[in-house]
Design a protein around this ligand. Structure first.
Ligand SMILES: [Zn+2]
Length: 120
């Protein structure tokens, strides 16, 4: 998970996990491990929302003086941290989720046995 958190291949820790912002390399450039075999799906978005919600929304609820700020100050002071934290955390959390999938050997072909809408 730590290798994925750093944006590195969970198998060797050397090759880059992404070739663009959230686009996973089909295989590790260093060790040729098939990185697109790990289906992170919606997990990273869920954990990012969970974390960013606590980091940004909790202070708004805890500190009542924030409610007295003018809207022109309040909106940017909420939306800018929301955007920054989300964009910074999402690739790291996606890497950590892929690291957890790698550690537990959960691959894309295993998705069929985990879905509830299986045909047979
Ligand atoms: Zn690798």
């Amino acid at each position: 998970m730590m290798r994925g958190l750093r944006g590195r291949c969970p198998h060797c820790g050397e090759g880059a996990l992404y070739y663009r912002y959230l686009k996973v390399n089909p295989e590790c450039p260093a060790c040729r491990h098939p990185l697109d075999d790990y289906p992170a799906d919606d997990g990273p978005a869920y954990f990012t929302i969970l974390l960013v919600g606590h980091i940004v929304v909790a202070p708004i609820l805890l500190f009542s003086f924030i409610h007295e700020w003018p809207l022109a100050v309040l909106l940017p002071s909420i939306l800018i941290p929301l955007l920054l934290f989300t964009l910074l955390l999402l690739p790291r959390i996606k890497g950590a989720v892929m690291g957890a999938l790698y550690a537990n050997n959960i691959r894309r072909q295993d998705q069929a046995i985990h879905t509830a809408d299986r045909a047979d």
